[in-house]
Design a protein around this ligand. Sequence first.
Ligand SMILES: [Zn+2]
Length: 53
Amino acid sequence: MSASFKGNKSFLPSKICVVCKKEMTWRKSWAKNWEEVKYCSDACRKKAPKSQA
Ligand SMILES: [Zn+2]
């Protein structure tokens, strides 16, 4: 579902970190690759099992 967010600033997407299972809320720095974000932090990225390219 790709909604358009006209004037709806209160809504921020979020997803669950695949490593620590914490909810992570959208960050501006993730805007360009939000679809690919799986980890809440570099620490979790390093802990993650090797991903298939
Ligand atoms: Zn995490």
